[in-house]
Write a protein that binds this ligand. Structure first.
Ligand SMILES: [Fe+2]
Length: 265
């Protein structure tokens, strides 16, 4: 007998993945409702036990079937539509430069980055739900191979501390990290990233990422110097290792100040 577990949305997909982990005979069919998490394409699940975050990874949790229904995105608030899209954009970017990237993951990253940039450049006119769902899935396929990097390592505490959406927090970090990488470690992969974003140089691509974020009208939350201390201690070391440059404690603190615009405050 086959057991089918149907579920909707990023967090519920993760719960269903955990059910699948404990019942490998079951087939897992998922329906993404946010166009951003990429959870429908990955072996990762994030769960909370007694308030503590658990990250579980197992190939058995990759969904067997994915159903895409663009109509479901109508029920998202504008804020969650935008922040989910920024989550997918962050996955495409981070998977591209991840130290674990290979040619397969970079093919997915390239396609996702090109499409998501185009879909967000003139939001809301340029946003197409069906294309966003597919692009988010492709970005999910990319991080399934390469994993995420510093943007995600640094964003988790931001969501908890300031009650902002995950994609909003990830993009806040990546708009600063992108520029930092361009200025401090001019890797060849940054040229490929620029190319995928239809930019002539990595500098232009980093500015385009910022322009997309700014145009969506999302802002950094207001943070105190105490918040910066908390954040600097919160970074996920596992994800940080995937970033193609070393970030020491002082650099991380400076980056958080830039991310939250607290320089000189
Ligand atoms: Fe994410």
């Amino acid at each position: 007998m086959r057991i089918y577990t149907y579920c909707w949305g990023g967090s519920s997909i993760d719960v269903a993945k955990y059910v699948k982990l404990n019942n490998p005979e079951a087939k897992l069919a998922v329906i993404p409702t946010t166009a951003g998490s990429g959870s429908e394409a990955t072996r990762f699940a994030v769960l909370y036990e007694d308030g503590k975050k658990l990250s579980i990874t197992d190939d058995i949790m990759i969904p067997d079937y994915v159903l895409f229904d663009p109509e479901l995105l109508k029920y998202l608030s504008d804020y969650h539509r935008k922040s989910s899209a920024l989550d997918a954009l962050s996955h495409a970017l981070e998977s591209f430069w991840s130290v674990n990237a290979d040619s397969e993951s970079q093919n997915f990253s390239r396609e996702a980055l090109t499409n998501i940039t185009r879909l967000l450049e003139n939001y809301p006119e340029s946003y197409k739900p069906e294309e966003m769902l597919m692009s988010s899935y492709k970005a999910g396929r990319a991080i399934n191979i390469s994993q995420t990097t510093a943007g995600h390592a640094m964003c988790y505490k931001l969501t908890g501390l300031f009650k902002i959406a995950h994609g909003h927090a990830a993009a806040l970090c990546n708009r600063i990290l992108f520029r930092w990488l361009v200025n401090n470690k001019p890797l060849l992969v940054l040229n490929n990233i620029a190319d995928s974003m239809s930019c002539k140089s990595p500098e232009e691509a980093a500015e385009k990422f910022c322009a997309i974020f700014d145009k969506l009208g999302l802002e950094p939350p207001r943070a105190s110097s105490h918040d910066i201390e908390i954040l600097a201690e919160s970074v996920n070391p596992e994800r940080l290792k995937n970033f193609p440059a070393e970030l020491d404690k002082i650099t991380i603190k400076n980056l958080y100040q830039e991310i939250l615009n607290t320089n000189g405050r």
